[in-house]
Ligand binder design. Structure first.
Ligand code: AMP
Ligand code: GLY
Length: 421
């Protein structure tokens, strides 16, 4: 089979490496990929948002199956276009992808179908939003409706901060059209859990749970990032919580999307908060999470391509999806200065990590220069280890991190600590 993966980050590298385990894949392309993926797939310099380019390439190369991983191409209708050419895909069509690309759509869906989430109000006018803020209880959360590179959420501790967030979204338009409409919602508290699930529009199979570490600094301090590390499973996500989530969140969401004429096929990501009133949805994503995928897929025992084909052919209920009972930890190594300004172009030395059992290095912000890997982005590598226990996985991941070097490498020292405690 000829398979193509769309995207260029650590998540895509994890997908590519997992797909590689299937012996029926003769050719694996990644568009555009990055300078660290060359051993696993053929990188093709077509941007993930270039729908015309990817469709033409897929048709020309007679690609059998395409995995569309990032949110942008999904929202832009990559899957719709590929399907119109008769090419099979993994991922939701644009209508279903709206569950992520419009937070207002997602919130209204949850309200209509009684799926637990934070209380909220929608605004398309800054003055009205600020008027509402005058009497709303602080802290509160201000969110851009549209996609904003994961940066469209402001936790406002007081009314002044909430007004400032409204002003930058709606008046300064820092995220352009994405902030023309906003949500102001109730502030929730509790442990956060990420759950990715395969769904073919009818059947839903949750993957092993995980925990992201979004802040740049140890002890969850400093600004938000794209994710500085993950562990799986998430120790807060007990069997009892999983059962409640299945009944009150996962299945109702799948049914709701069907009822709205937008059956969701692909990977549905549930960002959950385990509040005192039970699990609630913080956000949906229409795709694999990054860096959650980097700890979830190493624990998947079943064949990823087989599952993805079953999703596309709506026969997920007929196959077995199995995860190992072990644990995994991913430590993200970033460029000094990230998530603000940073320099790139530094040579990366992996030491003897490639020989370490159970350890995988997923490349994200990596470029190739004269046959060597150099840094090319903020989050550079996701160093992942799998083991029988979480404690062991964390130890192994950090042992591997100690082997890796590049100028200005920064990483959190406490990934997994909250989970182990
Ligand atoms: P999102 O981009 O929607 O994932 O939001 C980013 C982060 O903001 C989440 O991971 C939460 O930690 C936090 N957050 C979002 N919504 C709320 C809320 N209603 N209450 C408390 N924290 C929230
Ligand atoms: N880790 C959060 C996300 O992928 O959006």
């Amino acid at each position: 089979m000829k398979v193509m993966v769309i995207g260029s980050g650590g998540r895509e590298h994890a997908v590519v490496k997992k797909l590689r385990e299937n012996p029926n894949i003769e050719t694996l392309y990644v568009l555009p990929g990055n300078g660290g993926m060359g051993d696993d797939a053929t990188c093709v310099p077509i941007k993930a948002t270039d729908i015309d380019g990817m469709a033409a390439f897929a048709a020309e190369q007679k690609i059998d199956f395409v995995v569309v991983t990032p949110d942008d191409p999904l929202a832009l209708g990559a899957v719709d276009r590929l399907h119109s050419l008769g090419i099979r895909c993994f991922g939701p069509d644009a209508k279903a992808a709206e569950i992520e690309s419009s937070k207002i759509f997602a919130k209204n869906l949850m309200k209509k179908y009684g799926i637990p989430t934070a209380r909220y109000e929608v605004f398309d006018c800054a003055a009205e939003a600020m008027n509402y803020i005058k009497t709303a209880p602080a802290p509160m959360v201000v969110k851009a409706d549209g996609l904003a590179l994961g940066k469209g959420v402001f936790i406002a501790q007081c009314r002044e901060e909430a007004n400032a967030a409204v002003s930058s979204l709606m008046e300064d338009k820092i995220f352009g059209k994405s902030g023309e409409k906003i949500i102001i919602e109730e502030y929730l508290q509790g442990p956060e859990v990420s759950v990715l699930a395969f769904t073919d529009g009818h059947t839903l199979v949750p993957m092993v749970s995980s925990m992201d570490h979004k802040r740049i600094g140890d002890g969850d301090t400093g600004p938000n990032t794209g994710g500085m590390g993950t562990i799986a499973p998430n120790p807060f996500y007990t069997d009892a919580v999983a059962k409640v989530c299945m009944e009150t969140i996962y299945l109702p969401t799948v049914k709701a999307m069907c009822a709205e004429g937008r059956p969701f096929k692909g990977c549905l990501y549930f960002g959950l908060m385990l509040t005192q009133d039970g699990p609630k949805v913080i956000e949906y994503n229409c795709r694999f999470g990054d860096p959650e995928t980097q700890v979830v897929l190493p624990l998947l025992k079943s064949d990823l391509l087989e599952i993805m084909l079953a999703v596309e052919e709506e026969r997920l209920g007929e196959i077995k999806v199995e995860f190992s009972s072990g644990a995994a930890c991913c430590v993200v190594m970033a460029s000094k200065g990230y998530p603000m300004e940073y320099k790139t172009g530094y040579e990366i030395d992996l030491g003897n990590v490639p020989q370490m059992p159970g350890v995988r290095v997923y490349c994200a912000g990596v470029k190739e220069k004269d046959g060597r890997m150099v840094t090319g982005g903020g989050r550079v590598l996701g160093v992942t280890a799998a083991a029988d226990t979480l404690k062991e996985a964390v130890q192994r991941a950090y042992a591997a991190v100690a082997e890796v070097s590049f100028e200005g490498a920064y990483y959190r020292k406490d990934i997994g600590k909250k989970g182990i405690n």
